[in-house]
Design a protein around this ligand. Structure first.
Ligand code: NAP
Length: 283
């Protein structure tokens, strides 16, 4: 496992385990336990995933020293704003059953996220969060936040995979020292990616799976990955990506797969702003 050093000096594993859509508490606890046994040390959850309690139980039950773990959770749109964010953070920490958090992310660029950011800066200064960041911030919103902060966003977690490569977004993040993290690193399996001809050919050459080739491609672009699977054998497979290297030609060939937009969600669409503002996770 490799680590990246965030701009505030905190070390973050380059690969972690994501728990989106693992809503059954028993299954989530089992999966996170399996992931930790397999060797994952970064766990990515969110208040909106409704599984922070299960994640917390698995983390606390793992017997792994707290300082070896890197736990991320996220603030939902409904809780945007200074006071609401402070309250939501306390709620998440209570559910996780942890004393401090490694990374707290604004989940969506909607609502009063400047108010949220000020609250997160305070929590960071109080030592309750080691690093703060955002998700789904397009270039304009990210730069605006970078220019209007006390503490810079350490991470921007965005949709990234061979069909949606976001080169401009990565360039801006590099310019501002923001670490990119891929959600949907395996494109959530869309467009039959695991049977893609180009990726399959590269996989055969390296005696690896298509999933491993995709994950390796992210790592070589300097992107942190958090693939999700409920299967223990796939957890192992997805972690086994540190012993081979894609050539420049293979990286260039994969770059031709970009379709230049998301087929999962359009953050620029008014309908998305409306939908996510209306998505309530509590009373
Ligand atoms: P993903 O990791 O790209 O893809 C997960 C899908 O791939 C699942 O259907 C899984 O199926 C399958 N899969 C995983 N490993 C595989 C393998 N080796 N071979 C074949 N199939 C495999 O999608 P994601 O869950 O959306 O993204 C990962 C994490 O990013 C999430 O869990 C979450 O933590 C985070 N996320 C964040 C946001 C955000 O807005 N910030 C949005 C989405 C996701 P099985 O489970 O059946 O194996």
């Amino acid at each position: 496992m490799k680590y990246v050093t965030l701009q505030n000096g905190v070390k973050m594993p380059m690969e972690g385990y994501g728990v989106f859509q693992i809503t059954d508490a028993g299954q989530c606890e089992q999966c996170v336990g399996d992931a930790l046994e397999t060797g994952y040390r970064l766990i990515d959850t969110a208040a909106a995933y409704q599984n922070e309690e299960a994640v917390g139980r698995a983390v606390r039950g793992s017997g792994i020293p707290r300082e070896d773990l890197f736990i991320t959770t996220k603030l939902w749109v409904q809780d945007a704003g200074y006071d609401s964010a402070l309250k939501a953070f306390d709620g998440s920490m209570q559910k996780l059953g942890l004393d401090y958090l490694d990374l707290y992310l604004i989940h969506q660029p909607f609502g009063d996220y400047y108010g949220s950011w000020r609250a997160m800066e305070r929590l960071h200064q109080e030592g309750r969060i080691r690093a703060i960041g955002v998700c789904n911030f397009a270039e304009d919103r990210l730069v605006d936040l970078c220019l209007n902060h006390e503490i810079a966003p350490a991470v921007n977690q965005i949709e990234l995979h061979p069909f949606h490569q976001q080169r401009d977004a990565l360039r801006i993040m590099r310019d501002y020292g923001v670490q990119p993290e891929a959600w949907g690193p395996l494109s959530e399996g869309q467009k039959d990616i695991f049977h893609n001809r180009l990726l399959s050919k590269i996989a055969v050459k390296h005696e690896k799976s298509v999933a491993q080739v995709i994950l390796r491609w992210h790592i070589q672009r300097g992107v942190v990955i958090i693939p999700k699977t409920v299967h223990r054998d796939r957890m192992e497979e997805n972690l086994n990506v540190w012993d081979f290297e894609l050539s420049e030609q293979e990286m260039a060939a994969i770059s031709t797969m970009d379709i230049g937009h998301s087929e999962i969600i359009d953050h620029h669409c008014a309908c998305t702003a409306k939908q996510l503002n209306g998505w309530k996770i509590h009373e």
